[in-house]
Design a protein around this ligand. Structure first.
Ligand code: UDP
Ligand code: MG
Length: 330
């Protein structure tokens, strides 16, 4: 061995697995081959999170862990969904950098090496951004529409065409562990925590075998998690709508008064009063909903209970225990 084991940086791969029986062997073989030439430099490990698979995935993984000591298998007690599986992986992993990847070989393992290169340049988050993708036109269309919408609505800058395929440094993993919100949209959280982030472009392959674990219903829920988790725009829209309706109702009132004054013969008795009251109340009600909405928005972000800030480093004179202060700042 040319280098001391202690100086090798530890890099862990996290693979969420849901019914990937037919992909596991090839996946592991590919990551093994891709990482082998760099084994002198990095200490690689592979964390497979079985998300309640109903096929033979778990048996395959158990087999794998028996013949490769770098493999760890976590079995979740049922299917919790992709984002939870990755969260479990991030909670339990122990490494200097973590590469999160899909297990159906849609994310090509060789790209992980490019992510590592960027990490060596000092980036804390390196996300793999799709230059092209091989999915169905429907999936491509919905994904494009979703990212367009999300970028317009969300308070954080979530890069488009980016899945969960990314490398994150240990300090970002530590930060993410503090985010315990239940409706998780991890790629949004990773953008939200900050640190030095960059992209690597890649061409996304076809799923190797099996079927997608994201049918339309799950996809819609996921999209809602992304939008609702990172934006209170829909709530704010209520207020805007209230003002708009109030403006219209004000114009309506002018019209009613005009009719009453200048063409009273066309007005049915009682009409002016009822119409004005209706317009007026409609506007007021929606504005009030907006007021409630803005309090709900605040309550929501309070309940999400996200950390108030993240500290990337503390710089002080040499000799001071800066690291201690970084943890004290939490
Ligand atoms: N996955 C998971 N739990 C689920 C659904 C999916 O862990 O409930 C995993 C799946 O095994 C894969 C990754 O999440 O590694 C992405 O899922 P999939 O390829 O089915 O999604 P798509 O690429 O079609 O969006
Ligand atoms: Mg896939």
């Amino acid at each position: 061995m040319p280098t001391e084991p202690t100086t090798r940086r530890r890099v862990a791969f996290v693979f969420p697995i849901y019914n990937e029986e037919a992909n596991i062997d090839l996946l592991h073989k590919t990551v093994d081959e891709v990482t082998a030439p760099h084994a002198g430099r990095y200490d690689f490990s592979f964390l497979y999170v079985d998300d309640g698979s109903r096929d033979g995935s778990l048996a395959k993984l158990t087999e794998l862990s028996a013949c490769d000591q770098r493999v760890t298998v976590i079995e979740l007690s049922r299917n919790f969904g992709h984002q939870m599986a990755v969260t479990a992986g991030l909670d339990l992993v122990d490494a200097d950098a973590v590469v999160i990847m899909d297990s159906d070989l849609q994310d090509p393992p060789r790209v992980a090496l490019e992510l590592l290169e960027k990490w060596e340049e000092g980036y804390d988050v390196v996300y793999a951004q799709r230059r092209s993708r091989q999915d169905s036109p429907f999936k491509r269309f919905t994904a494009t529409a979703f990212y367009w919408f999300l970028r317009r609505m969300a308070a954080v800058d979530i890069p488009k065409n980016t899945g969960d395929f990314r490398l994150i440094d240990r300090k970002v993993v530590d930060e993410l562990r503090k985010y315990r919100e239940r409706d998780r949209f991890l790629r949004g959280l990773v953008s939200y925590v900050g640190f030095k982030q960059t992209a690597v472009l890649f061409d996304r392959d076809k799923r190797h075998a099996g079927v997608t674990g994201y049918p339309l219903t799950k996809m819609l829920r996921f999209a809602a998690d992304g939008i609702l988790g990172f934006s209170t725009t829909p709530l704010r829209m209520i207020t805007r709508m209230g003002y708009l309706i109030s403006l219209l109702s004000f114009l309506g009132v002018l019209y009613v008064v005009g009719v009453k004054l200048f063409a009273p013969e066309t007005a049915v008795p009682g009409w002016a009063f009822i119409t004005i009251a209706m317009f007026f109340l409609g506007g007021i009600q929606i504005i009030m909903l907006g007021v409630l909405g803005s309090y709900i928005g605040r309550t929501y972000s309070q309940v999400q209970n996200r950390p108030l800030y993240g500290v990337a480093s503390v710089r002080s004179r040499p000799g001071e225990p800066a690291e201690d202060r970084r943890s004290a700042a939490r």
